[in-house]
Ligand binder design. Sequence first.
Ligand code: NDP
Length: 335
Amino acid sequence: NLRVLLARRPNGAPVAEDFTVERGSMPAPSLGEVLVQHRYLSLDPYMRGRMSDAKSYAKPVAIGAVMEGACVGHVVESRDSRFAPGDAVMGGFGWQQYSSVPAGRLIKINEDEAPLSASLGVLGMPGLTAWVGLEDIGQPKPGETVVVSAASGAVGQVVGQIAKRRGAKVIGIAGGPEKCAFVTKTLGFDACLDHRGPDLGAALDEAAPDGVDVYWENVGGAVQAAVFPRLRDFGRMVMCGMISQYNEAPGADVSAAPPGPNLGAVVRKRLRIQGFIVSDTGWPRYGKFRAEMLDHMKSGLVWREDVVDGLNAAPEAFIGLLKGANFGKLVVRIA
Ligand code: NDP
């Protein structure tokens, strides 16, 4: 059972030495558990939080423990009547080839509906995140202007395509011309702005001359500073993530930073700024989400994956995710 452990807590951006790749024993399923052979591992920004012991909404990974992560794969052995060998499932655990997990945590997947790896992206946690955040907070209406940061990524690509289907004008923000071309030409957003360009504010003024009704926040920092003052009255800011801050050195408690000087605008413009964590309310709604997404996929919703091969490549791929090296939903194919 090849696996990747957390060797130490990163100081700033993670480096290869923060991980150990080793061979461990095969996990044996107890009564009520299922042994899953992983085919794909999802790499996600939240894992940076699990590597740190700073206060958060979830417990950190212990030093020497297998890195946390969601996997899809096939059942090898089942000690629960709901699963049988050969079943395709989502809910495998960790950066490793095999896991034994409680049957209640697994969801059976129909592989005829979509390739297995899609259940880690467009039909998995990131897609569910997009759907929940739009349902509960963003609520775009026909004719409104929606801005999505990290637009070519796992969450962003789904947010924009759902918002388009709800009649909104959708503007993506992404890093570099190649990602921007994908966002407009393949995903069908109305425009995409390069956050590495000289003046994001001016580009926003041109693309959204009347301002922004919904801002989907994935990155924070300079992008947020450019979009926030352009929110219109009754605008919504869906606080999904702030990846530009995830490598802040320990001790720099960003949540303790004083409010910015612009919060007066929240009152004046009657803005709604709301954070959310998909696991709070998302999974009980997974069936409804999946059915809707499969309909969207039949009617042309596209998704892009960035597939890397083998668990040995997982640390470097994850390090790259925090710098924008990925192009689409990042997954590891496991031999
Ligand atoms: P992506 O597939 O979008 O990959 C991350 C992208 O973020 C990169 O490709 C890059 O895009 C951008 N990025 C990386 N570093 C920086 C930086 N320093 N400054 C600006 N942009 C950067 O990841 P996901 O779709 O999986 O996640 C997107 C966001 O959603 C993250 O903040 C994540 O934490 C959050 N999230 C929140 C959830 C919740 O429950 N609240 C659940 C799932 C995700 P580019 O090159 O275009 O800049």
